[in-house]
Design a protein around this ligand. Structure first.
Ligand code: SAM
Length: 266
């Protein structure tokens, strides 16, 4: 995949979106990127593939403003009609341009979020898209790429840093009242993993362990789903799974793992 071309890299796909759909990932982005966002001299973020309406771009700008009030956000969309119709939402800190994975912003973004975009590509195209996007990041930059359901109740995402070819982490965030077994949410796995959820693959092994830990934590239901989830994650960690962060994140229905725990070895 070349990075210098006048034709945007990628293809137009379905534009489905919803206001506030990406609140779970936006909350996590604020948490992990805050030190870099506070330190940068150029607080630029990109929402790549914002879809048929500019809601998720505006939501990310508003969320990042809590950390950095002077943040600027550029929505990048490959469909020229969606770029034209988004212009009415632009203001001094929010703009919309046509482009693809080459991210044609004048300066390199610190934060690049691409949500529900690669889901519609072939798995074989994912690694090249990651590499092109991370090559465009500012030196301490972050690429957050993932997938969620229509209303954003369940979401999965990977995080890469500038220049990375593969993710550093996989995160899962869910409304804790909405499932019997956590593995039911695998249908929203990022493209890089969704076809790997079969016996013998690390992501399948992890989800099997997660289901077992969730079942074993059933007695905690008496104290609510949140306590049951915290007990589930604590037992995974006690069992040697290198779950990141702590109960202040887990109580949100989150779980972050190093990528090497779930990455396919094939
Ligand atoms: C399903 S919508 C996602 C909208 C929003 N991000 C969300 O999660 O609600 C996917 C959008 O990504 C756009 N898209 C696909 N490939 C792209 C690319 N390479 N660069 C920019 N936009 C792209 C599509 O045109 C479509 O509007």
């Amino acid at each position: 995949m070349a990075t210098r071309t006048s034709k945007p890299l990628g293809v137009i796909t379905r534009g489905t979106t919803h206001p506030n759909r990406l609140r779970r990932v936006d909350r996590w982005i604020n948490y992990v990127t805050a030190p870099d966002l506070r330190a940068t001299s150029d607080p630029l973020a990109v929402d790549l593939g914002y879809g048929a309406s500019p809601w998720t771009a505006r939501d990310l700008r508003d969320s990042l403003r809590k950390v950095r009030p002077d943040v600027r956000l550029v929505g990048v969309e490959i469909d020229p009609e969606r770029v034209a119709s988004a212009q009415c939402a632009s203001d001094e800190s929010l703009s919309f341009i046509r482009g693809g994975f080459e991210v044609p912003t004048p300066t390199s973004p610190l934060i690049l979020r691409a949500f529900n975009v690669l889901r519609q590509y072939d798995e074989s195209e994912v690694a090249a898209a990651w590499s092109v996007m991370t090559s465009r990041l500012a030196p301490d930059g972050w690429l957050i790429e993932g997938t969620c359901d229509e209303l954003g109740r369940h979401a999965w995402w990977v995080a890469l840093r500038a220049g990375d070819c593969e993710p550093r982490t996989l995160t899962f965030s869910t409304r804790l009242a909405g499932f019997d077994r956590p593995s039911e949410l695998a249908e929203r796995l990022p493209k890089a993993l969704i076809h790997r959820n079969v016996p013998g693959e690390p992501i399948h092994e992890f989800l099997t362990r997660l289901d077992a830990a969730w079942a074993a934590a059933a007695p905690y239901s008496a104290f609510g789903a949140r306590q049951r989830w915290i007990a589930t994650v604590e037992s995974l960690r006690a069992d040697g799974v290198p779950v990141q962060h702590g109960s202040s994140r887990w109580k949100l229905g989150e779980l972050t793992l190093p990528w090497n725990v779930v990455a396919s070895r094939n």
